[in-house]
Structure formats: structure tokens, C-alpha cells
Ligand binder design. Structure first.
Ligand SMILES: NC(=O)C1=CN([C@@H]2O[C@H](COP(=O)(O)OP(=O)(O)OC[C@H]3O[C@@H](n4cnc5c(N)ncnc54)[C@H](OP(=O)(O)O)[C@@H]3O)[C@@H](O)[C@H]2O)C=CC1
Ligand SMILES: O=C(O)C1=N[C@H](C(=O)O)C[C@H](O)C1
Length: 285
């Protein structure tokens, strides 16, 4: 009997979708990727790869699953790496099929975030801007550093630099925004933290309660974040960089597996989860 997890990938012909298909279908031996059968490789109807075998599109052997706009009825869990404008239909489909969902797409609108919260009332969703273990661990470290430096004499200036490939559509990265959100909470400032995106012109002196963001787009960089904690006389730089996209793909597969491991033997209960939950870091602030 085949008791592997039946997986559908949304955005399957894209850079990330291809790596998820490749790992989940065993092209490389990665522990988090074992135990899946890819049953659906979904992309939009006008994609040039429609009809081609998803395993071959991903650079491996055929897996008998074509890239298709059709949703398979057999999927037990869905991983989405697509575009914000493609996400609403994906969420609606998962709700209709009562299918657990991992959402990795970034650049979502506030309205989309609200509808995700609504969807999470009926299905379990893992939603995170970075599926990488190293990034999520670095987020926890950034919170700790922020708290440790909160009352340092002279103050600390926190700036977030992110570097990504030239094809990336959103800026700053979802990960940079998440770092900023967590750091702002950890600053526990008396006044609201200002999120300042780039600087140009006569900006005046930097205020104490701001976080700066700088988005660099260069070549094929698969993702790098540097959090600078600048003090008077010294600084800390927390740098986390991907060498390739498999840290995100294997993290998404770990999340899909985690969603399928509810206490009652079925999937997790409906709710909104993140990678801290998946990685057992929810309480390690
Ligand atoms: N959370 C995480 O760990 C990570 C998140 N990401 C995020 O994942 C997303 C995808 O990244 P990446 O793979 O590099 O992007 P790509 O553009 O390479 O892939 C997106 C895929 O979705 C397709 N698509 C477009 N419209 C639809 C639709 N209506 N239905 C289904 N598929 C559609 C695209 O087709 P077409 O090319 O024709 O537009 C493409 O094949 C981004 O938001 C990125 O920021 C990326 C890496 C890690
Ligand atoms: O588009 C990408 O490539 C990435 N996007 C995510 C983000 O916006 O944070 C995660 C990762 O950095 C790669």
C-alpha cells in the first residue's frame, strides 16, 4: 500500500515550485522530502510549460504528472510558491477541498492577510515568508540581540539589508518585513516604531525609534539578509544567506509533513501556523 503524502504544488513551473517537485519526487535524497508523492503540479493555463512532465521541467526524470491548471482531487496537502495575484484562487480551492496548505508566497496585501485568517478557520495553514531553518533561527537571534541592547548607553540603530536575484518581484522581501516586525516588538519602545524604506535627499538625522530597510537586487542571489545593530563605537551584523533554493523547498516540505501529523492521526486542526511552530521554536523567544 502506498501511504506517502499526496502533494500538490501550486506555482510548480516556477523557480521554487520546480525545486519542491524535484525534492519531493526524490531527485535528491533530502530527509524532509521523503514520504511524498507529487499528485499535482499546478500553474496558470497560459504557462509555456503546460502539459510537460513536472519532473522533467524540474530537471529530473518523468513523474507522470503534467504541469496543469487543473487541481487534482487526490491532493492531501498543497504547497504554494506563486504570486500574490494567484494566491486567492489557491486558498479558495484548498478551503473547498478541505486541504491543508503551506503558503510561501510573499508580497501579500492586507486584504489577503485578512482572508488567510478567515481561511485558517476551516483548514490548517502554515504561512511564513521564509521556510529556511537558518532564517527562522536568525529571527529568534535578532529578537534576543534587540532585547539585550534595548537600554545600551548611546542607543542602537537597527537596519535590515536584503539581497535577492534580479527576478524578484516584491521589495523589501517578506523575510525582511518579518524581521522588522519581530524586532519592532522586541524594541518595546515608548513610541511607535517607524519603518523607513531606503533614504534619499535631506533626510535629517536618524531618529532612535526607526528601523531602516534596504533592498538590493543583484544577479542570481537566492536570498540574503543582514541585520545591522549599530552602536556608538561598535556594531553587530547578523547575516544569513542561502547558497541555493533548497533550504526553502525542504523547509516547505517539512511544513507540509508537520501539517499532516495531527494528534488524532490526521492533519493538524484548522488554524494559522508558522515556521516557528513547525521548527519547535514557538516558545523560544
Ligand atoms: N517563503 C519562502 O521560503 C520563500 C518564498 N518565496 C516566494 O515565493 C514566490 C515564488 O517565488 P519564485 O518561485 O522565485 O517565483 P516564480 O515567478 O519563478 O514562480 C511563480 C510561479 O507561479 C506561476 N503563476 C503565475 N500566476 C499563476 C496562477 N494564476 N496560478 C498558478 N501559478 C501561477 C508563475 O508563472 P509565470 O512565470 O508565467 O508568472 C510561476 O511559474 C514569491 O512570492 C517569492 O517571494 C520564494 C522563495 C522562498
Ligand atoms: O523571492 C525569493 O527568492 C525569496 N523570497 C522570500 C522573501 O521575500 O522573503 C524568501 C527568500 O528570501 C527568497
Amino acid at each position: 500500500m502506498n501511504n506517502t503524502i499526496k502533494l500538490a504544488v501550486h506555482g510548480a513551473a516556477g523557480r521554487m515550485g520546480q525545486r519542491v517537485v524535484a525534492l519531493a519526487s526524490g531527485a535528491d535524497s533530502v530527509e524532509d522530502a521523503s514520504g511524498f508523492t507529487v499528485v499535482g503540479a499546478i500553474d496558470h493555463a497560459n504557462h509555456s510549460k503546460i502539459g510537460q512532465d513536472a519532473g522533467v521541467v524540474a530537471g529530473g526524470s518523468p513523474i507522470d504528472v503534467p504541469i496543469s491548471p487543473q487541481w487534482p482531487s487526490t491532493a492531501e496537502v498543497v504547497i504554494d510558491f506563486s504570486l500574490p495575484e494567484a494566491l486567492d484562487a489557491c486558498v479558495a480551492q484548498c478551503v473547498a477541498q478541505k486541504c491543508p496548505l503551506v503558503i510561501a508566497t510573499t508580497g501579500l496585501s492586507e486584504a489577503q492577510k485578512e482572508s488567510l485568517a478567515e481561511a485558517a478557520r476551516s483548514i490548517p495553514i502554515v504561512w511564513a515568508p521564509s521556510m529556511s531553518l537558518a532564517v527562522n533561527l536568525s529571527m529568534r537571534m535578532a529578537e534576543q540581540i534587540t532585547r539585550a541592547l534595548r537600554d545600551v548607553a548611546g542607543g542602537v540603530d537597527i537596519e535590515i539589508l536584503e539581497r535577492h536575484h534580479r527576478f524578484k518581484a516584491d521589495a523589501p522581501s517578506g523575510t525582511a518585513l518579518k524581521f522588522g516586525e519581530l524586532i519592532a516588538d522586541a524594541m518595546d519602545a515608548d513610541e511607535p516604531v517607524q519603518h523607513v524604506h531606503g533614504r534619499e535627499g535631506h533626510t535629517g538625522q536618524r531618529t532612535r525609534n526607526e528601523i531602516g530597510y534596504h533592498a538590493i537586487r543583484v544577479g542570481d542571489n537566492p536570498g540574503e539578509h543582514t541585520i545591522v545593530f549599530g552602536m556608538l563605537g561598535e556594531r553587530i551584523e547578523l547575516n544569513v544567506a542561502a547558497s541555493n533554493r533548497d533550504c526553502y523547498a525542504s523547509g516547505a516540505l517539512a511544513a507540509a509533513k508537520w501539517l499532516m501529523q495531527g494528534e488524532a492521526g490526521g492533519p493538524k486542526p484548522a488554524g494559522m501556523y508558522n515556521m516557528f511552530d513547525v521548527l519547535g521554536m514557538a516558545d523560544s523567544q
